[in-house]
Design a protein around this ligand. Structure first.
Ligand SMILES: *Cc1c(COP(=O)(O)O)cnc(C)c1O
Length: 416
């Protein structure tokens, strides 16, 4: 079944938003985020104490984080600033996972102070974590496992043997032996070996690989594992021919593996970001020029610094020319921004209706790893973020950057 690429607002609303906030802008559909969050929670309803810790890095905007928190999710932080965001949102430690890598000692100290579940990435960092702990009591701790050749990765994250994350199977016992001597109540094992994966079977296989490691660790250390964390990676069907991720089937595949191994005692956690917010964010931009060069270019007022995914790793994002949804796709365009980088292209050879300057172009599925990856290269400013509430009203949730923002941390020479 072809994806519909519905847009929860019309050309008139786009016009109003543009007049009020300027383009480009990010618009998030609150109702859509809530619906997906409900579906995810429902799929894992069989699992006792299931929690998805929303990966903050996907959409680090307080108004979005507060929605997923309201929906019963926790937060998965990967850096000090993300921990501080969670703290400012008054999220309690039990609802925070700290999955970082190459982690400085100060960050372990903050994570311990907040009593979050620390997920340790490497053997070098276990003694650093223990040092930061200073004998304090901690509720939970986890270790990140990299199954290497035991599991295939996918194209975004690559093969596990090439991935910088996680410990080898033969290193896990040493890590847990050190942790066992601490005053920690519960232990768990984490892995994340795929990103943007649409095959639900993959997550059953991931659970199986984790359970084998759990078994070995318990055998070698005498520790009892309380939980497994399957990481993020539930996919978004960005392309028209792709079927949506079957979250129900993924959860069922995980359940089947637990039952088969007789390990229904283990609590299940995930860290999905993209799946929750990705489809519900829209980058709204406006056409500046249609340019005839060796090819025909549509120049938008958005650039790669607003949405890095297409330029950075060739990701497909669907485009809709607002108000021309029913027009025949007679044109073939490269859709570009204004960065001085030739990979600043949202689409190459894309079939679209005839595009005119002033048209609004919606870039779909931009709600995760979108605004978050933005930057100021070429002196371009990051766009505002707006939320579309369930009652149809809209609200600014992050203002666009100004020249003052851009200049504020620069040290200027004193002009005599
Ligand atoms: C990026 C990341 C996630 C979230 O990935 P999604 O593709 O947004 O689901 C979760 N956990 C870890 C450790 C990550 O690095």
């Amino acid at each position: 079944m072809a994806k519909q690429f519905d847009i929860p607002f019309d050309a008139m609303t786009a016009e109003h938003l543009a007049a009020q906030f300027g383009t480009p802008l990010y618009l998030y559909d609150e109702g859509g985020i809530r619906k997906t969050a409900r579906e995810l929670t429902k799929a894992f309803a069989w699992a006792k104490n299931y929690k998805n810790y929303f990966a903050v890095k996907a959409t680090p905007t307080p108004a979005i984080l507060s929605i997923v928190l309201e929906m019963g999710m926790g937060l998965d932080c990967s850096s000090r600033m993300e921990l501080l965001m969670a703290q400012r949102l008054q999220v309690s430690g039990e609802n925070i996972f700290y999955t970082s890598n190459n982690t400085p000692k100060e960050d372990f100290e903050l994570a311990i102070q907040l009593n979050v579940t620390v997920n340790i990435d490497d053997l070098t960092q276990v003694p650093v974590f223990v040092g930061a702990l200073q004998g304090k009591r901690l509720r939970r701790a986890a270790v990140r496992y990299n199954p290497g050749g035991l599991k295939h990765g996918n194209s975004i994250i690559g093969e596990p043997v090439e991935a910088k994350y996680g410990m080898r199977l033969d290193q896990l016992a040493e890590a847990f032996t050190l942790l066992k001597r601490q005053d920690i109540t519960e232990f768990g094992l984490h892995t994340m070996v795929a990103s943007n994966e649409l095959d639900h079977e993959y997550f059953g296989e991931t659970a199986q690989v984790l359970l084998q490691a759990v078994d070995r660790v318990e055998h070698e250390t005498g520790l009892h594992m309380s939980f497994i964390n399957l990481g993020g990676g539930f996919g978004v069907n960005y392309k028209p021919h792709q079927r949506p991720f079957d979250v129900q089937a993924a959860a069922a595949a995980v359940r089947e593996v637990l039952v088969k191994n007789g390990r229904e005692d283990l609590h299940i956690h995930t860290e999905n970001g993209r799946y929750v917010t990705g489809p519900h964010g829209y980058l709204l931009s406006r056409v500046r020029y249609v340019m005839q060069k060796h090819k025909t270019y549509v120049g938008l007022d958005a650039s790669m610094h607003n949405l890095m995914r297409p330029g950075m790793y060739g990701a497909y994002h669907h485009l809709t020319v607002l108000g021309k949804e029913s027009h025949v796709h007679t044109g073939t365009y490269d859709v570009v921004g204004s960065l001085c980088e030739n990979n600043d292209k949202f689409a190459i050879d894309r079939k679209l209706p005839t595009v005119k300057p002033g048209d609004y172009v919606v870039i779909h599925d931009s709600g995760a790893h979108g605004h978050a990856m933005g930057n100021n290269y070429n002196g371009l400013l990051r766009s505002p973020e707006v939320i579309l509430r369930e009652d149809g009203s809209t609200q600014l949730i992050r203002r666009g950057e100004t020249a003052e923002d851009y200049f504020k941390n620069m040290v200027w020479p004193v002009v005599p």
